[in-house]
Design a protein around this ligand. Structure first.
Ligand SMILES: [Ca+2]
Length: 485
């Protein structure tokens, strides 16, 4: 509309210039039509450019790892709404001149900004942004953008392979880094299609033990993430604890085997396993936690790589164990590894228990991921367990049973220095174990229709003893304390 008015104004003005005026400008009348058209064309382009600039929409962006900050650069006057389309299916509608978006994975994304409501109508501009395509994130060997125990399995799958190193291998900061693909053939792809270069966490072109150190450096799994500790199918391979002593005192070493399959059970072929041990309350000394794989059914220690990360504030240990020779194991059921850990010295600082100084330490196996060398996942059925941790304190006055007795057992007298009678009010075929402070079973008894037994404690060292009662199936029924003085 404005252009038409301009044209009419120019035509009218030029047509009505007087001869004197043209002559004063030293312009011959004969050129007047040409001058008129030339002026009109020039003015038209100036005006069109101005209109185009006024209707342009543009934006800038700044990439910081996966977080991209966007800022609208220019907008048509009168814009009432802006639509940011981040190229992922996500969009933001409103009037946000700045915004940001976190991209889940590396890649190329077409980001568009649309202006609505101005006299220019709907105006859109798009840009393709590249978030380091094909880059590796040091420590994230499986490409899920989290560094955790599962990444050990990819290191195991690609172990001993070589390829191009990164530009600066010493830089293992957790940000995307360009690296050339490891060569094919030689199974240089994980099942996900990811190149094996991602297992070269250190970036030196070799996949070996050094890469495990990067898992420690860059460990970033959210310890509050959802854990899956459920057994889906009880027919799956059992994963469970073999606890050497059901009752231990503070400050002592505890040995617990993590068992896969029952003894003698033929298992499918396996290559690696990652799992999370959850413990509550946090009465383990995290500095002392180790898993010994010397007797693992997965293979001899020189065939294995392993990884443990203790996050005591969350009461968990993320563990990984893998072979490294690309050959599956074909074991029978038995121990994957042996947890060795020392109990904390002072329970009362670590638990809410104040009335007495024993606590039940609950153990669970969660987020279990058991694979063969083709990354097929093998289902397992994880099981819970517990043990009692006890502590003698100077103000301890009560000597009684815990947890609440189901067999009605008691010692009389208790404490004693020579003889005591242990009686059981109910239950047949009950087995009793008396355990000293070091966790050693020093005496066993069976109750068969007999409700009491005399125990000679003259040779017992002075101190506290725990007495565990089991039914004929080995289930623990009750724990009772006895003090020799
Ligand atoms: Ca990962």
């Amino acid at each position: 509309m404005s252009l038409i008015l301009l044209k009419e104004w120019l035509t009218f003005t030029l047509a009505n210039l007087s001869q004197a005026q043209f002559e004063a400008l030293n312009i011959q009348l004969i050129y007047r039509p040409y001058i008129t058209v030339g002026l009109m064309i020039g003015l038209f382009f100036c005006f069109a450019q101005k209109v185009q600039a006024q209707c342009a929409v543009s934006f800038d962006y700044n990439i910081n790892v996966l977080l991209v900050d966007f800022q609208a650069d220019s907008l048509p006057a009168g814009t009432t709404n802006l639509i940011w389309d981040f190229g992922t299916g996500d969009s933001l509608v409103g009037f946000n001149l700045t915004t940001n978006h976190v991209y889940a994975v590396n890649g190329a994304y077409q980001v568009c900004l649309t202006s609505v409501g101005s006299s220019c109508g709907v105006v859109t501009t798009c840009q393709t942004i590249q978030i380091c395509p094909g880059c590796v994130w040091p420590g994230d060997a499986n490409g899920d953008l989290i560094v955790d125990n599962r990444d050990l399995l990819n290191i195991g799958l690609a172990f001993n392979e070589t390829g191009p190193q990164r530009a600066n291998p010493a830089d293992i900061s957790f940000s995307p880094k360009p690296q050339g693909d490891f060569p094919v053939p030689q199974l240089a792809m994980f099942a996900s299609g990811l190149n094996h270069k991602h297992a070269d966490c250190y970036g030196d072109g070799f996949i070996n033990e050094f890469d495990i150190s990067v898992l420690h450096s860059n460990y970033n799994k959210d310890p509050l993430g959802v854990s899956d500790c459920a057994c889906i199918d009880s027919m799956d391979i059992p994963l469970y604890f073999h606890i050497f002593n059901d009752s231990v005192s503070v400050g002592t070493t505890v040995n617990i085997d993590v068992m896969l399959g029952t003894t003698g059970q033929q298992l499918p072929v396996i290559y690696g396993v990652a799992f999370t041990l959850q413990y509550h309350p946090p009465v383990l000394d995290p500095q002392t936690f180790t898993i010994d794989y010397a007797n693992s059914i997965m293979g001899s220690p020189n065939e294995l790589i392993n990884f443990e990360k203790v996050i005591d504030t969350a009461g968990l240990v993320d563990a990984g164990l893998s072979k490294k020779n690309k050959l599956n194991s074909n074991p029978s059921g038995g121990p994957l590894g042996r947890i060795i850990v020392i109990m904390e010295e002072d329970l009362q600082q670590k638990t809410s228990f104040t009335s007495y100084s024993d606590t039940t330490l609950h153990l669970e196996l969660c987020d279990v991921y058991l694979i063969d060398n083709e990354e097929n996942q093998i289902p397992v059925c994880p099981k819970r367990d517990s043990l009692i941790v006890y502590q003698i304190t100077s103000d301890q006055t009560g000597i009684g049973s815990l947890p609440s007795g189901s067999v009605g057992a008691k010692f009389h007298p208790n404490p004693s220095s020579d003889f005591t009678i242990l009686s059981v009010e109910q239950g047949d075929e009950i087995r009793v174990e008396v355990i000293d402070m070091l966790g050693t079973v020093i005496l066993t008894r069976e109750f068969n229709n007999k409700n009491e037994t005399l125990i000679d404690v003259r040779n017992f060292a002075d101190g506290l003893y725990l007495t565990n009662f089991y039914d004929k199936d080995g289930r623990k029924l009750e724990t009772l304390k006895f003090l020799k003085n």
